[in-house]
Ligand binder design. Sequence first.
Ligand code: SAM
Length: 306
Amino acid sequence: MFSYRHAFHAGSHADVLKHTMLIAILRHLTQKETALTVVDTHAGAGLYRLDGDYAGTSGEAADGVVKLFAALAPAGSRQPAIGEIAPLLQDYLETVAGFNPSGQLKIYPGSPFIVQALLRKEARDKLKLFELHPTDSKALAANIAQLGAGRQVAVARQDGFEGLKAFLPPPSRRGLVLIDPSYEIKSDYAKVSACVQDSLLRFSTGTYAVWYPIIPRPEAHELPRRLKTLVTQAGRPWLHATLAIGQSEERNVPGEPDRGQGLTASGMFVINPPHTLKPALQVALPQLLQVLGRGRGKGHALESGG
Ligand code: SAM
């Protein structure tokens, strides 16, 4: 069950999509004065070294954050590959750059660190993190301890689907829930649907962001459809964005990571999205595709309802 380690995937195109949207949602939610509670049901280790052993094994950041930085935030006097960078991508690049003060991209912040960086102390925003993997939850607790964030951030080595229930609704009735499982066991898909259904009963006005992989598996195809049905039944608005970078056209080099394999597409399904998210993504998604798209099967999609 515990074979998935996010360090292999940190900074991948899937992380770029997920974290760009996460930042955009948080920017909007932190505009109101009232305290915000963020729950990250599947938090990971929190911080990742892009030059570490794990990241090097699959090199997924090379087709994600590293490629994006090279194209849009080039060192020296070279112009970015795109005239005017979409504000969402600019915000994502600056957030990641904030963890790399040397100017070299060495550290990739996972969702816990991205969220914590955007929360407000004075507003008493809170972050609740769940991570079940013994090694990752230890690493997460140690990484978070170094922040000295005190009671603003709580880490629990607990099942995030179950643990979430105790926090809904949050006392201030303003909340964001990131549901980002590894889907290494297929029951995760049904658990996500059940979790969303239960959460909407507890806290129907909360914002929920569900990440999922687009892979040839019936459960993966079914998940966004199932979420649309649940959310429509609850009478809440939704937004669904996908990014497919397509197949790699590079040939494999013996002894180097496989260029064509791995995840090529993913999606984020957001319930009660900020009204600003769709227009901002309409500008950002084509740019993401322009920079990260590789070949056959590449594309992006954006739909909303409710
Ligand atoms: N949200 C993180 C980010 O964006 O940086 C990445 C999370 S990763 C995709 C999924 C994590 O969920 C893994 O670290 C895995 O160990 C953990 N996990 C798996 N099942 C879990 C469960 N039931 N509850 C909490 N964490 C779980």
